[in-house]
Design a protein around this ligand. Structure first.
Ligand code: G3P
Ligand code: CA
Length: 246
């Protein structure tokens, strides 16, 4: 049933983003998939965290890439939101894949390698997706388009998504150049023409980050393929009721 609902950093409106708690909530609340952000630790483990720095979403300091996985595991990734989330940790990508694998959910893995270079992040992520047999249910996205080409070389069967911000004149042409199957489009750039042209070029369109009910309903009318939202339950309720449900 379209549009698919992807929980942005998990169900992040009411749970600490990019934690197992937020991903479990997304499953419980009826999302079709989750979106998450990955980076490498100093010892080349793949961790799920958005910022290059620890300060906003953990009780640590400094850059993610300067810490080992063991060091990061000592931090709380939830106390910044509420004391009851203090036990939440920064997850390894393998833990999230193990959580999602027995479900029917899809996973959008965003490589956070635009501002901070992450050598071999592509290889590590592809290896993990393969070892959990999640290639068919995964999409790898990035603002770093060359990295997406790298993924395609490593794993032609894994879908990729051109993730962008601001205006691109013909995003479908750029997607074809970088061999992606999807466009992840910022909400202010989504128009009927963009959706139609993208579909004509064989591309799926996923909008981000769509939190308001009115926008969810409007995008569904336009025939968007998926939305990335902090409020998966809100989207689920809207999409399973009303005259256009189903
Ligand atoms: O997938 C779209 C969205 O997650 C990109 O922005 O900053 O939330 O990672 P950001
Ligand atoms: Ca993201």
């Amino acid at each position: 049933m379209r549009p698919l609902i992807f929980a942005h950093r998990g169900a992040s409106a009411r749970h600490p983003e990019n934690t197992l708690e937020a991903f479990r909530a997304a499953i419980r609340l009826g999302a079709d998939g989750i979106e998450l952000d990955v980076q490498l630790t100093r010892d080349r483990e793949v961790v799920v965290i958005h910022d290059p720095w620890l300060e906003r979403t953990t009780n640590g300091t400094g850059q993610v890439r300067n810490h080992s996985f063991a060091e990061l595991r000592r931090l709380s990734a939830g106390s910044w939101l509420h004391p009851r989330f203090a036990p939440c940790k920064i997850p390894h990508l393998r833990e999230v894949l193990a959580l999602v694998r027995p479900t029917r959910l899809q996973v959008i893995v965003e490589l956070k390698n635009f501002f901070v270079p992450q050598p071999e992040l592509e290889e590590r992520v592809v290896e993990l997706l393969r070892s959990y047999e999640m290639e068919e249910r995964a999409v790898i996205s990035s603002f770093n388009f060359n990295s997406l080409l790298q993924v395609k070389k490593l794993a032609p069967a894994i879908r990729t998504a051109l993730l962008y911000i601001g205006h691109l004149r013909e995003p479908w042409a750029i997607a074809q150049q970088y061999q992606t199957e999807q466009l992840h489009v910022p909400k202010e750039e989504i128009t009927p023409a963009l959706i139609n042209q993208s579909h004509r070029h064989g591309l799926e369109v996923i909008g981000w980050t769509i939190n308001r009910s009115q926008a969810m309903l409007q995008l569904r009318k336009l025939g968007i393929d998926g939305i990335i939202t902090n409020y998966p339950l809100r989207a689920r309720k809207l999409f399973t009721s009303g005259p256009n449900a189903g």
